[in-house]
Design a protein around this ligand. Structure first.
Ligand code: SAH
Length: 249
């Protein structure tokens, strides 16, 4: 997996082509900024700059001020290595159809080292075939098949959130907190757990079945900190003491 890179988000651009309603540009800027994205590129917007865009951007006016305006999509994509187009409809073109999750995984793999783009179409007509052909892949948000067209800024929000979600996931996994329990400590916890469950007659050592494997799977879904292991082992010790008192009474 790619190393996490806080700068990766700065290499992802959101490209809005031929946007009709300036309010959507402002709402898209807001959607981006809430998720930590900043690079907004506009291709031949109908009306920009505009007070409706400013109003919808709310506190994200800085993204509008920094937006790059291009005459053509080719110009907006010239220095990118990967451009993925967003389309509600399947088209008969020879491009990969990606889910947002797959698309963002690709984007984040490239983003630390190169500029990448997500391209969104006009509100009424979407991306033209000519625009789609300039993209290396096609992304569809799996929406209600009977009503699958999201508002432009809502589509930007879905992808921006997916970027942030995956980016945070990579970040968390590769920057472990200092107090993570190591595997030796976790193994000693499992031994303690097994002993305690046997003492409490919850587990029969003669026929343990798959209980310990199932409990291991449960705990391995999380990353236990040293403090959490200590709490769990404290609970086990308390249970053992209570069991001993019960047996002696
Ligand atoms: N009638 C147009 C809808 C455009 S909505 C069409 O059929 O394409 C404006 C833009 O939002 C689209 O061009 C696309 O980039 C994005 N969008 C809206 N709904 C989407 C969906 N379900 N999947 C992917 N992109 C979507």
């Amino acid at each position: 997996m790619t190393q996490p890179n806080p700068q990766a988000l700065d290499r992802i651009r959101i490209v809005l082509t031929r946007t009709s309603h300036p309010g959507n540009i402002g709402a898209a800027a807001r959607a981006m900024k809430t998720m930590g994205l900043s690079q907004l590129h506009l291709v031949a917007p109908a009306i920009f700059p505009n007070s409706q865009a400013d109003a919808m951007a709310s506190g994200a006016g800085d993204l509008l001020a920094g937006a790059r305006v291009h005459a053509t999509l080719a110009e907006a994509l010239a220095d990118t290595t990967l451009a993925l187009g967003l389309s509600a409809r399947r088209r008969d073109i020879a491009a990969d159809m990606l889910t947002p999750g797959e698309a963002v995984s690709r984007i984040l793999s490239e983003a630390p080292d190169a500029d990448v783009a997500l391209v969104f179409g006009n509100e009424a007509s979407g991306l033209s075939n000519e625009e789609l052909e300039q993209c290396q892949g096609l992304v569809t948000i799996p929406a209600n098949p009977d009503y699958s067209s999201l508002n432009l800024a809502a589509a930007v929000q879905v992808l921006s959130y997916e970027i942030r979600r995956q980016w945070l996931g990579r970040f968390d996994w590769s920057q472990p907190e200092a107090d993570m329990a190591n595997n030796g400590e976790i193994e000693r916890f499992y031994t303690h757990l097994e002993t305690t469950l046997a003492e409490l007659d919850f587990l029969n050592p003669g026929s343990p079945g798959r209980l310990m494997s199932k409990l291991r799977r449960l705990f391995s879904r999380t990353r236990l900190s040293r403090e959490e292991v200590n709490i769990l082992r404290g609970i086990l010790s308390a249970a053992q003491a209570a069991g001993t008192r019960r047996d002696n009474s």
